[in-house]
Write a protein that binds this ligand. Structure first.
Ligand SMILES: Cc1cc2nc3c(=O)[nH]c(=O)nc-3n(C[C@H](O)[C@H](O)[C@H](O)COP(=O)(O)OP(=O)(O)OC[C@H]3O[C@@H](n4cnc5c(N)ncnc54)[C@H](O)[C@@H]3O)c2cc1C
Length: 386
């Protein structure tokens, strides 16, 4: 039922606007808010706070469907529903959830998550943004965050309604950075948008921004969990982030496969349908097999994932590593099968090809996944990998 509902919304509302918003590099904020009426914006949040109380499989399914039409729009959805709402639902206090969640589940408000900085991406724990506790218990945040999806919701620099910010609050006894998590709301002094980042290769229907925290004072109630707890928050949230990014790749792959399959029957060359040519069969055959492997790995990982606990890093990294490159290759094959038509916007696959590249970078680069997988497998040294 969930899949059918999202599919219908995609074909009626999302598909007709996708090309235009990509071309104009605009976030369709009105359409985004409509997802709240369908219960999608608080998909995994508890029903007690206005969410839909659903699981990782549901999250995968929604991302797969949205991304099969408009990965840019889907990325904005992911930043709000997974990086902000799910993060707050899992890690926030009852007071924070009761105060904030409902408006983010309905779409009245839009959220985002800020971890990356201009000089620190993969090396996230090296971050330089600091939060210092003041005498009255409030916190002063200083620093810059970079590449933040939904960081601004328009072209005039209006920030998201709330941003979940990771900041350095000190150093642990072992010399590692102590990172804590804060909720910074629009209008809090010292919080602004530095710039909307334009001219991206893909996912142009989502807004990406640099955020500035300049003597930004937030109340004591803005701290999520305990001081120094961010590593746990990040680990819990990165797993569902990577899985849903893999689901985005799956949606891209499915659409590209469908487009090339249809086109190969319609297009005639040398008196034959092009699907009769062996070289075209290789593109379609291999893409289908890769797509099915992606689908199995995505849903298998989703089935094992519990949203409240970390411990799924091996496969959340593995599935994103495999699916992001597979989707890019399948989109590339679709363009090749469709020739010149595949290379222009109207035929969709060129946009999906551009969008697919982001998934090899955002939420963890290919290289970071290779590093994590190899580290995690070292613990299995001497035992069988299942
Ligand atoms: C469109 C878009 C949206 C984004 N949205 C968000 C968001 O909402 N919130 C957020 O916090 N961030 C967001 N990001 C940031 C994203 O997560 C980072 O871009 C990503 O983690 C990589 O960091 P970086 O760009 O600084 O690259 P770097 O970390 O500088 O990497 C550069 C290269 O060096 C490689 N490298 C780095 N370290 C190692 C190593 N140890 N071993 C081998 N190779 C290494 C990388 O793999 C890469 O190839 C977004 C990025 C983009 C482009």
């Amino acid at each position: 039922m969930l899949r059918e509902m999202v599919r219908q919304f995609v074909s009626e509302k999302i598909e007709p606007q996708a090309l235009e918003y990509d071309r104009e590099e605009k976030f369709n904020v009105e359409l985004f808010r409509e997802l709240g009426e369908l219960g999608l914006l608080g998909l995994t949040a508890s029903t007690e706070y206005g969410g839909s109380g659903l699981d990782a499989i549901s999250a995968v399914l929604v991302h797969e469907e949205l991304s099969s039409s408009d990965p840019g729009f889907c990325l904005a959805y992911l930043a709000h529903s997974m990086l902000f709402v799910n993060n707050l639902s899992v890690n926030g206090s009852e007071e924070q959830k009761a105060r904030l969640l409902e408006d983010f589940c309905t779409g009245k408000k839009i959220g985002c998550m800020a971890m990356s900085e201009p000089d620190y991406g993969t090396d996230a724990l090296g971050m330089k943004t600091t939060a210092v506790k003041l005498d009255d218990g409030s916190w002063k945040i200083d620093g810059r965050k970079m590449w933040i999806t939904n960081g601004t919701i328009d072209d005039s620099g209006t920030p998201a309604d709330c941003v979940l910010v990771y900041a350095r609050t000190g150093e642990k006894e072992n010399g590692k950075p102590e990172i804590s998590t804060f909720l910074v709301e629009r209008g809090m002094p010292g919080f602004s948008v530095g710039q909307k980042i334009t001219d991206k290769t893909g996912v142009r229907a989502s807004n990406t921004a640099e955020l500035v925290f300049d003597d930004c004072v937030v109340p004591a109630s803005a701290l999520i969990g305990d001081v120094g707890e961010s590593t746990i928050h990040m680990m819990r949230n990165l797993e569902i982030e990577r899985l849903t990014l893999a689901a985005m790749s799956l949606g891209i792959a499915r659409r590209c496969l469908n487009e090339m399959n249809r086109y190969a029957t319609e297009r005639v060359a040398f008196g034959n349908k092009i699907r009769d040519f062996g070289q075209i069969q290789r593109y379609i055959g291999e893409s289908y097999a890769e797509y099915m492997a992606m689908k199995s790995y995505v849903y298998m990982t989703a089935q094992k994932m519990s949203l409240n606990q970390s411990g799924h890093r091996l496969d959340s990294d593995g599935v994103k590593l495999f699916c992001s490159t597979a989707a890019k290759n399948i989109a590339d094959s679709a363009i090749q099968v469709m020739g010149g038509y595949g290379y222009v916007g109207e035929y969709v696959v060129e946009r999906l090809w551009r969008d697919s590249k982001l998934l090899e970078i955002g939420g963890g680069t290919l290289e970071s996944h290779q590093k994590n997988i190899t580290n995690d497998l070292s613990r299995k040294f001497g035992s069988m990998i299942e």
